[in-house]
Ligand binder design. Structure first.
Ligand SMILES: Nc1ncnc2c1ncn2[C@@H]1O[C@H](COP(=O)(O)OP(=O)(O)O)[C@@H](O)[C@H]1O
Ligand code: SF4
Ligand SMILES: [Mg+2]
Length: 333
């Protein structure tokens, strides 16, 4: 079956201090219809720009240097990507941003904001658009939709605003929903509710999902596949259960050690030493080497690419086996 979305060799060039760097550096993946992929990594590793490049919404200082985005087997024309929402296949995708307050229009009622795409994109009449907006408010679990239709964004709680953002994203009837840290600003209870809502949308409507987060803790709740991103590249991808149980890249095991584990509350999280390198100062070799306890001289000079380490599981590390041995030894203690 043709994947609903294929991303091939995406490279996003950004400019800072009059110098260019690759903020996204050769990202490729495929998303099955109804499937979900989580993209995880520390802040600044290129997650948002990956989503923006797929949507054709790069910031002014960015440009798509190379790569292809294919939706339902059709390659999006570069012009449509550059200008945003014009192309039919482009409309098959919607995005939910992290901060609903800045993404919503403060002077329009939420009902009118949800009704906009049915009216102007899908060509519904006025009353059908309104009915669609009410249906979407109900679908995303907002009580008393008739009343909430007339509310302004500032009158709503953070959790309700994020539900409104999801309703707006669904209002153009997309096949693929891209979520950029949609629960980061919410408390844990609301976060769990939003994740459950996304799971329902997948099972009931066959929606495909890309879910970006810096929190490995939520990944297993939202996606059966995960991609771990570092300095603009996927450094490990695979079935979520396999990657979390037996990571094959030291960055992934570092993220796991740094995360709170609800199953073992006595275990203290251990932060990864150092920080993300400045993208303008990246040198050759594996970009994780300054922070990696397994690094050897070879890691500093070699071009390290993703390689198969298990069924559907790839990692970009020269010493994956040393990591596995160290994790097994730690288990035995
Ligand atoms: N509008 C922008 N202008 C210049 N640099 C940017 C812009 N947005 C992101 N970047 C840079 O691109 C890199 C990746 O950013 P981003 O995709 O936002 O990371 P993430 O979403 O993983 O936190 C970072 O180095 C960031 O500083
Ligand atoms: S390639 Fe080397 S430096 Fe990079 S993650 Fe693997 S062991 Fe560490
Ligand atoms: Mg981001």
């Amino acid at each position: 079956m043709t994947p609903v979305l294929e991303v091939e060799g995406l490279v996003v060039e950004m400019r800072r201090d009059r110098r260019a760097f690759h903020a996204v550096d050769g990202v490729s993946f495929a998303l099955e219809r109804g499937g979900a992929l989580a993209i995880v990594g520390e802040s600044g590793c290129g997650k948002s720009l990956t989503l923006r490049a797929i949507m054709g919404l790069l910031p002014n200082r960015g440009r798509l240097a190379s790569g292809r985005v294919i939706v339902d087997g059709v390659t999006l024309p570069a012009a449509a990507r550059g200008r945003g929402r014009g192309h039919n296949q482009q409309r098959r995708m919607s995005i939910v941003f992290q901060d609903p307050l800045s993404a919503l229009n403060p002077v329009a009622t939420v009902g009118n904001q949800i009704a906009e795409a049915p009216r102007h994109v899908l060509g519904f009449g006025r009353s059908a658009s309104r009915a669609r907006a009410l249906e979407l408010l109900r679908l995303v679990g907002i009580p008393d939709p008739e009343r909430r239709y007339h509310a302004y964004p500032h009158e709503l709680s953070g959790g309700t605003r994020q539900r409104v953002m999801i309703a707006i994203a669904l209002s153009s009837d997309p096949a693929i929903l891209l979520c950029d840290e949609p629960t980061t600003s919410l408390d844990v209870t609301i976060q769990t509710q939003i994740l459950a809502l996304l799971a329902d949308l997948r099972s009931e409507r066959g929606l495909s999902l890309i879910f970006v987060t810096h929190d490995l803790g939520v990944v297993s709740q939202v996606a059966e596949r995960v991609a771990v991103m570092y300095t603009g590249r996927f450094v490990e991808t695979g079935p979520t259960a396999d990657v979390l149980a037996a990571p094959r890249h030291p960055y992934t095991s570092g993220l796991l050690a740094a995360a709170l584990d609800v199953d073992s509350p006595d275990r203290e999280p251990v932060a990864i030493p150092g920080s993300l390198p400045d993208p303008l100062r990246l040198t050759s070799g594996c970009s994780f080497h300054p922070r990696c306890q397994f690094a050897t001289a070879e890691c500093v000079t070699s071009d390290v690419q993703l390689e198969r380490v298990g069924p559907g599981h790839e990692a970009a590390c020269l010493h994956s086996d040393a990591l596995s041995a160290a994790l097994a030894a730690a288990e035995d203690v």
